[in-house]
Ligand binder design. Structure first.
Ligand code: ADP
Ligand code: NA
Length: 344
């Protein structure tokens, strides 16, 4: 009896890169076309409240929020087919998070792995107090998964596109939803289900054991969506490969070359087998040149649109304002129902 509602969020931190595009944003665009046909509600949020769980510079955050909105629009997110908004502009996220904080055992959060990896906490039987003393762990970062639960539950969302790194948090959101429903003896929240895109993880250009990430210190490890043709050519030329002749695909024995094949296949929208067939006799250098061409021509239209949108600041802001209004229209009645149950 719950309508299908899809919610997904992305943090406005750092330069968006090819991994974000192939692993998340291009999927959102595909999802948007399907949801539009099926008349489903689709919410995409720039989750700025999550961004401040790590140290932030206010000017930088303002700039990156704007850049993320521009990037999403340039990649094809269409405000006629979805609701695009900034999390902090719909106060229900923080309001619901507080209510959920009051029913979430600290032990559930202590088990989460993300805050530990963000602070570089290695396994071991340290008490939470000791971890806090040595790392400066703050309440916001610790409670991040509760805010994420609130993001989803505020809209009674049913389907959540997430990367595998977020599955643990979504399970927690289900546990919190169940606790709430049980406590107040009413099926207020549907249990949100993950939709995991069948895309591959794009790995670092320099170290195939790490994913391509904006948090990697070296810019040479990733293709940023704004990289020029020259920068792309130079990064791909220097990307790690191996000394095997010809192009073949084997994630175990040829991880670096396979990563380049994955990029090529995803950008061209063809299978890995087709890429291997086409380039079986190419040298690594020749394949890298072909990949560079595909990267440059795929990113070009996005970059042109980004530049156009940079100049149309008023349009971008109006999309976000309108998105916040529409998100709030769904959020308000839900929050009122929840508050009433709680006695607020
Ligand atoms: P980053 O590691 O660069 O900070 P985020 O954690 O902000 O990226 O992820 C934003 C979205 O992009 C998530 O949905 C995530 O699953 C996806 N994503 C990030 N890096 C990659 C990658 N290397 N390959 C595929 N998808 C990725
Ligand atoms: Na991240």
């Amino acid at each position: 009896k719950h309508k299908p509602i899809i919610f997904s969020g992305i943090q406005p931190t750092g330069q968006p890169h090819l991994g974000n595009y192939l692993g998340a944003v291009s999927n959102w665009v595909a999802l948007q076309e399907q949801a539009h046909l099926d008349n489903e509600t689709l919410l995409f949020s720039i989750v700025d409240l999550h961004a401040i769980t790590m140290p932030q510079n206010p000017e930088k955050l303002r700039k990156e929020r704007r850049e993320m909105a521009i990037t999403l629009l340039a990649c094809g997110i269409d405000p006629k087919k979805c609701i695009l908004f900034e999390q902090s502009k719909v106060s229900g996220h923080a309001e619901l998070a507080w209510i959920l904080n009051c029913m979430t055992p600290v032990g559930w959060l202590a088990r989460m792995t993300q805050w530990k990896s963000k602070l570089g906490v290695t396994k071991g039987a340290q008490s939470l107090e000791d971890v806090s003393a040595t790392t400066g762990l703050q309440l916001g970062l610790f409670a991040y998964p509760v805010l994420m639960a609130a993001d989803v539950l505020l809209y009674k969302a049913t389907k959540i596109p997430v990367g595998e790194d977020q599955i643990q948090h979504l399970e927690l959101a289900r546990d919190i939803a169940q606790t709430f429903n049980k406590t107040y003896k009413k099926p207020v929240f549907p249990l949100p289900m993950p939709i995991t895109p069948d895309t591959k993880r794009i790995m670092s250009l320099r170290d195939h054991t790490k994913k391509m990430s904006k948090s990697d210190k070296s810019d040479q490890t990733r293709i940023n969506l704004v990289d020029s043709a020259e920068v792309i050519a130079s990064k791909i030329k220097r990307a790690v490969t191996d000394s095997v002749q010809g192009v073949s695909y084997d994630r175990e024995s040829r991880p670096a070359v396979s990563n380049l094949v994955d990029m090529y296949a995803a950008l061209k929208g063809v299978s890995v087998e087709e890429v291997v067939k086409e380039h079986a006799n190419s040298s690594n250098a020749a394949f890298k040149e072909a990949l560079t061409d595909v990267l440059v021509s795929s990113l070009k239209p996005i970059q042109v649109e980004m530049m156009r949108l940079e100049k149309e600041g008023g349009y971008v802001q109006s999309v976000l304002d309108e998105g916040a209004l529409r998100a709030n229209e769904i959020a308000r009645p839900n929050l009122m129902e929840i508050q009433k149950l709680v006695g607020l």
